[in-house]
Structure formats: C-alpha cells, structure tokens
Design a protein around this ligand. Structure first.
Ligand code: SF4
Ligand code: SF4
Length: 478
C-alpha cells in the first residue's frame, strides 16, 4: 500500500537504532525507597487524594480520585506508607502538589493480575481467550468508558488528555475513524515500536473493543514506514482477526507525522485547525500505549500504574526500553539503563524535537513520561542566533503552512495583531522551522511567546464583547 503523508515537514536523523531492537524490560526497583505522585498527571482538574499521611497502601490501590469530569484518578505502583502530601518539583521545573510514599522493600499487589511481573493480560493466548470468552459482546458503551475512566487512562503520547473524555464525543454516531497513532515520529523514541511488536494482539483487541463505542467507525492503525516489521506484524494480526473494520495504514517517515492534525490529514485528507477537535472531523485519535492501557482496563480492570520509557542517547550506557512504575525517579530509571557513559551536555524528558530539557533527575516519572534522552552534545547550544537571511527554509518546513520568520518577528516586536492575522495561533510548536533555520533563530520560543500573548489578548477581547452584549441586553430591557 502507498504510504500516506502531509505537506512539508522535515527529516531529522532518527537515532532510533540505539534502542529499537531492545525488548521492553520490566524495571523493578529494589529495596525500600520513595515514590512521588503529582496530582496533575493529565490535562484538566488535578486529582484529589483519597489517602492520608500514615496510611498503608498496596500496589494497584487508588491514591487520588478524579477531581472532575476532565480529570483522572492516580494509582500506586508500590506498596508502602504515605509519608507526606507536599509540593515537589516536576519534570517541567514547576513545583506541584504530590503524594509521597515510603515504599516497601517487596511490593505487595492488591490483585496479581495488575502486577506486570506476573500478569499475562497482554499475552497472545490470554488475549485470544478473553476475546473468545463472550465477555466483549456483553460490554455496553458505558461499561467501556467507565472502565477506562476508573483505571486512570490518559493520552500516553504526551498530551495526557483523559481518555474516557476523548471517548465521549458529543455525537458518537458521527465518528467514522478511530485512528491509532503508531507514527512515533520523534527521533530516538522506540517504546511504541516495541509495543506494536510485543503486544500487537492486545493492541488489535483493544481497537476492536473501542470500536464498540462508535458503530459507524473503522479503525486505522497508522505506522511510519521506518517500522516495516511493525507494519507487517500488525497487518498479519489484522488479517488473522478477520474484522474488516480494521486496517493498517503505512505513513511516510517524516516529522511531525505523529502530530494529531498531520495524522488526520494523512489518513483521511481532512483538515483541522486550532478551534476544532478531531471529533469535529469524525475522528478519534489514540496513541498505541493508550489503546493498550484501555485494553487492560476493559478486560480486567487493570489500573494504569506503569509507563513504557525509552532511555537512550549517545551519553547513555545501555540504551533500552523499560516498563517503569509511575512515581519512580528519573535518576533510578537512568541507573537501570547503566547510567551515563559520558558527561551529557543535554538531558531531555521526551524526544529532541518537543521534549523538555531536564535540569535535575530528582523528579518523578508520571503516566505520560516517554523517554530520557541524554546527548553528549547539545545541537541547539552549537548555534548562536544570527539575523534572518530570508532563505525561506522555515516556510517549506512548517507543516501548518505558516510563515515562521514573519510570525516570529511579529511576536518579538510585540505586533500581536499581525501574529493573529497571519495564523500564528495555528502553530503546533513542532520545532521544524527552528530545525532547518541556518541562522539558528529561536523560532519556537518566539512562536510560543506570540501564542501566549495573543491568546491572552483574544480572551480579553471576547470577555469585553460578552460584557458589552450583556450590557446592551440589560439596557434594551429597561
Ligand atoms: S513550530 Fe510552529 S511555526 Fe514552526 S514549523 Fe512548527 S508549526 Fe510551523
Ligand atoms: S529559516 Fe531562518 S534564516 Fe531562513 S527565513 Fe526562516 S528564520 Fe530566516
């Protein structure tokens, strides 16, 4: 099948060979220690603690419940004692409220099916047995959404949007595509690739369960063609399951192919802007790891306690893919990969294009953590910004068809009316423009600044319009 794609984009060196052939290994921290759970590990209202200082908890037990509709509960991956409810530093450098556990030397699980060391929930034979058991046919849409909500599943591609909310569009009958995002277009990251190879049966089963929510939809598993083994494996599984609603769609390898708007464009030809949700264009997009977490939740009520992380880069001793208990420190995860092999100039949480630079490893792993990337040389630090030479490279790289040099200049000169007029709010902060800029201009930072300031002005304008309308209505009534 011809690989699909979107216009523009870039081809950075992918660095994936460092860890792509490393099977996912369960990381079991040894000895007593500490686990830290930020109450905001998702988009929306923070979770609310249901434990108090001094409480004993077991792994798989709920620590905090959803704080509202757009929120998600948080579960412990350890047994231990609640030591504190206090602010701690998170990956972005901000201080956030957290539940702190003193963990036991040996982890005791609330249910053995939730323990990744003993659970067979993702094994091919268990998946086949569950799908043939008749249980899936009895699931209602509300059963599925409730299981996903209760398990604390959120978008594991990085966004952290509560999955149960995503699975509750205004009009489920208008959804005609469930798109599974297996692009993994960020350089260096390989965890989704490994999941597609190692847990493909559960992934396909998860897609079939989720399709029960959208009777008019088909499911497309979209995978970049730099992962031909995953495309072949999933194609075999889709054929074998005999469900004609499922298909595998190869995508051209290009960054940012995994961006939600680019993915929808490539798979369906439909265009989204910043004011539309995928559901407004008939699509639900879910990351590979999120579908697997949903499968675990629906098939056996398994809460989300672990995430899959790629620990990689030329400054890491043994690049690998790890199944990591949420709450562990980044430092412990790095140690599991053998630590640094050389002094890194840059350490990133996530990929090199959209990840967050880390200034400390004494921060907790959250549900959405995808990677620790340690690089001997910081590619950004090599360039000091110089004036724009009007080469137009950024324009040809931008997947949103924007003119980054014009917009970044507008933002820097505080011309936010120009920024808005020329579509600056459509920027997805992918970094493609900065990647190709020979002048090393800090285009993403300028775009981010422009979006923040322009967004505030737009909100103020709308508030003023609303209050004017209210005043006019009040006046008309007198
Ligand atoms: S960061 Fe924004 S302006 Fe730059 S290429 Fe990406 S979408 Fe375009
Ligand atoms: S790529 Fe850099 S130098 Fe070239 S036009 Fe864009 S901002 Fe200017």
């Amino acid at each position: 099948m011809k690989a699909r794609t979107f216009r523009h984009g870039i081809h950075p060196a992918d660095g994936k060979s460092l860890s792509a052939s490393s099977p996912i290994r369960l990381f079991v921290p040894t000895g007593a220690g500490e686990a830290v759970y930020p109450l905001s590990q998702h988009i929306g209202t923070p979770a609310v603690p249901v434990v108090s200082v001094g409480d004993r908890v077991r792994a798989g037990q709920k620590l905090a419940e959803a704080g509202g509709f757009v929120s998600a509960p948080i579960y412990s991956a350890f047994s231990g004692t609640v030591r504190a409810l206090e602010p701690r530093t998170a990956a972005g450098g901000e201080t956030v409220p957290c539940i702190v556990l003193e963990t036991d030397a040996e982890t005791e699980w609330i249910d053995p099916r939730f323990d990744p060391a003993t659970s067979d929930v993702f094994n091919a034979s268990s998946v086949a047995a569950y799908m043939a058991s008749g249980a899936p046919e009895h699931l209602t849409a509300e059963d599925i959404r409730a299981a996903v909500r209760e398990a604390g599943v959120v978008g594991l591609g990085g966004a952290g949007f509560p999955t149960a909310v995503k699975l509750t569009p205004k009009n489920p009958d208008a959804i005609d595509r469930l798109i599974v995002n297996g692009a993994e277009c960020e350089p260096y990251l390989t965890s989704d690739h490994r999941l597609m190879l190692e847990r493909g049966e559960a992934l396909v089963a998860g897609c079939r369960l989720l399709l029960r929510l959208f009777p008019g939809a088909v499911c497309v598993l979209a995978v970049e063609n730099n992962k031909p083994d995953a495309i072949a494996h999933l194609s075999d599984l889709v054929r074998a399951c005999g469900d004609a609603r499922l298909s595998v769609c190869p995508l051209k390898t290009k960054y940012p192919q995994g961006g939600e708007r680019m993915l929808i464009r490539a798979v369906t030809g439909r265009y989204l802007n910043s004011r539309l949700l995928p559901a407004d264009r008939g699509c639900i997009v879910m990351n590979v790891a999120s579908v697997l977490a949903a499968y675990g939740a629906i098939s056996c009520g398994r809460p989300l306690t672990h995430c899959i992380m790629t620990v990689t880069g030329d400054a890491v001793s043994s690049p690998c893919n790890l199944e990591v208990p949420v709450g562990t420190s980044y430092a412990a995860v790095l140690a599991e990969a053998g630590g640094f092999s050389a002094e890194p100039e840059k350490v990133i949480s996530g990929g090199p294009m959209m990840g967050t630079a880390l200034f400390s490893l004494d921060i907790p792993v959250t549900k959405t953590a995808s990677s620790i990337l340690a690089l001997r040389h910081d590619p950004v630090a090599l360039h000091d910004a110089s004036p724009c030479i009007h080469c137009g490279h950024c324009l040809h790289a931008c997947p949103e068809g924007l003119v980054p040099q014009l917009l970044s200049a507008a933002a820097e000169q505080e011309q936010f009316d120009v920024f808005e007029k020329y579509g600056g709010m459509e920027c997805i902060e992918c970094g493609s423009c900065a990647f190709v800029c020979p002048a090393g201009r800090h285009l993403v930072q300028s775009m981010r600044y422009g979006k923040r300031q322009t967004g505030a002005l737009i909100r103020a304008r709308k508030a003023a319009e609303t209050s004017n309308q209210t005043a006019q209505k009040g006046g008309a009534g007198k």
